[in-house]
Design a protein around this ligand. Sequence first.
Ligand code: GCU
Length: 665
Amino acid sequence: VEDGYDLWLRYRPIAAQATPQYAGRATSVVAESTSPTIAAAASELRRGIGGMLQVTPAADLRDGAILIGTPASSALIRQMRLPLRRLGNEGYLLRSATLRGSRITVVAANGETGVLYGSFALLRRMQMQQSIDSLDISETPALKLRMLNHWDNLDGFIERGYSGKSIWNWQQLPTVDARVIDYARANASVGINATVLNNVNANAQILTEPYLLKVKALAGAFRPYGIKVYLSARFSSPIDLGHLKTADPLDPEVRAWWKAKADEIYRLIPDFGGFLVKANSEGQPGPQGYGRNHADGANMMADAVKPHGGLIFWRAFVYAMGPDQDRIRAAYDEFKPLDGKFRDNVIVQVKNGPLDFQPREPFSPLFGAMPKTKLALETQVTREYLGQSTGIAYLGPMWSEVLRSRTARPRPTSDVASTIVAIAGVSNVGNDRNWTGTLFDQANWYAHGRLAWNLHADPAAVANEWTRLTWGNAPQAITLITSLMMGSREATVDYMTPFGLTHLMGTSHHHGPAPWVADLGTPSWNPAYFHKADATGIGFDRTTAGSNAADQYAPEIARTFADLDKVPDEYLLWFHHVPWSHRMRSGDTLWNALVARYDLGVAKVGAMQAQWSALSGTIDPVRHAQVAADLRAQQQEAQWWRDASIAYWQSLNHLPLPEGHPLPA
Ligand code: GCU
C-alpha cells in the first residue's frame, strides 16, 4: 500500500523503455572504505538502484560502475586527482569519467558526509529520470548549520505537533528502532545535519544520566548520516536537578555546574552539538531572574561547551514588554543593544518574523541589525498557524520570501539570507505512518532542507523536484501539483489574514478564526490587540504616530513600510490603521477589497480541489483519495475563516456585503 512511509525516497521501479538512458549504467557500486558513512551511502545507492532498475548492482569496477569515496579513504579516487579543493567538508562532486578503461560515475568529496550527500543527489537525478551521463556537477551547502528543532516532550507528546507522538521512544531507548534510521536517511537526503531532540520548553530531566545515555544512542545512530545531536536545556537546570539554590549565570557554582554537565555530556557524546535555550520567554526561567541579561546567560553556557567545540543557540523569541510597548517590538528592543556582547560560539536564533510564525509577517528587523552577532533563522515547518494538518500549505514560497527580503543593512544590498549562519526549522515529524500528518506536509520537511542547502533555490523548482520524487514523473501531474503547491500558502493568507492582519487564531490551540477575542489576561495574546478594528477602521499603527515599530528597520525599508503610499498591500494593516473606506491601489475601498480577498482565498482552495481531481487515475487511488479528503477539509476551513471574519468585521462596521460576494451557504 502507498502509505507515505517512504517519503521522497520511494525508489519505485521505472520502466526500462521510459529510461533507456540507464541501460548499462549503475551496474555496480564501488566503495573502498567500510566506514559507517560510506557504508550508508553505498547501501542507499544499492537500495535505490535495486528499487528503480530492479537489478542488484555488483561491487567491482566495471563499465557503468558508480565509484564513491574520498581521496583519504579511496586509492581509486585519489588517483583521479579530482577538483575537490573548493568543496569543503560537505560538498560533493558528481562526475562521469573513464577509469582503467571503464566508463564510470564518480561520487567524490573531501568528507564522507559529502559522499553521502552526493549519493542522494545521484539517486535524485535517477528518480527524476534525468540522464546520468556526462555529469560534472559540484555542490556545496550555503550554510554549515541546517537544523531541525523538535518540540518533543519527554512524555511523548509534541508541542504543536500534528502528526502523532514523538518518534523518540524514550522507554525503549537506548535501543534504537529502525524508524530512527529512516529519519536520519530522510534528513541526510536533503542535507539536514543537526537536530535538537527536545522541546524548547525544556524538561530539565533531559540532562540526567539515564536520558543522556538514550541521547547518546540516538547520536550514535545519526552519526553515520552526518547529523549532530543538540538538546534544549532548561536554564534553571542547576536548581531543578537538585544541586544548587540559584541559576545566576555569574555565580561561580552555577558556572561550574554547567561546565561539569558539559564535560559529562561530551564524555558520552564527543561530537555533541550544544544547547538550544528558550530563556525569559513565556514563563521559562532565564538570566533576567537574577538581574542579568541574555548575553550573561548565553555566554555562561557558551563557556561551558567551548572547550568541546559546542554551540549555544539562544532564542530571541521574547516579549516580556512594558504595558505600552508593541509586542512585535520586544525582541529587537531587547536584543539589538546586546549586539557584540555574545561569545563567538553563541548563535542568536531569531524567528522569521517579529511576531510568531504567522501566515505572513515582514521579516524580523533583527536580521541585519546585529552585525557583530551570529544569527540563525528559525522557521516553523509544523503548521501551527497555517491550518495545522488541514489541507495543503507548501511553505517553500514563504521561507524564500523571508530569505530574499532585503534588509538593506549591514550593506545596502544585504538580504536576510546574507545575515545568517544557520537555519533551524521547528519539525513537523511525528510517529504517524506518513511522518508528517498529511502527505503534502512531507514537502515542507523536504523544502526546509533544500532551502537550507541552497538559500536562493527557487521554491517552485523545489516543489517540482519533490513532486517528481513523491508523485512520479507524469508531466501533467508535475505541472498541476507544482502549481497547486505554489499557490497554497498564499491561499491560506488570503482566507485567514489578508493585507497584513495577524494573530487572529483561536486562543491557545491556534486553529480557526477568533478575531473577536479581547479579554485574555495577557493583552498581547488577544486578536483584538493585533487588529484594532472598530466601527471606523482596522489595523495596527506602527508608524511614528503609533508604536513606531517600522523604525526598527533600516531607514530605507522603514520609510517604505511607514508610508501609506508605498507599503505593499500585504503589510498594509501590519503597519497602518486605516478607515474601512481607505482606497486601495486597485481603487476599491479596503472593505470591499478585504471581502474580495477572503473570497479569493476560498476560490483558490476550490481551484486546488479541481486541480487535484484532474489527477484521479494518474495517481494511486489510496494517496489520491487521502489528499482529496484533506482538500475538502481545507475548503470548509477556508469558508469558516471567511464567513466568521467577515461577520465579525460587519458586527463592528455595519457595512453591507459588497456586490458579488456570495452569501454564506
Ligand atoms: C509559539 C507556540 C508555543 C511555543 C512558542 C516558542 O508561541 O505557540 O507553543 O512554545 O511559540 O516558540 O517558544
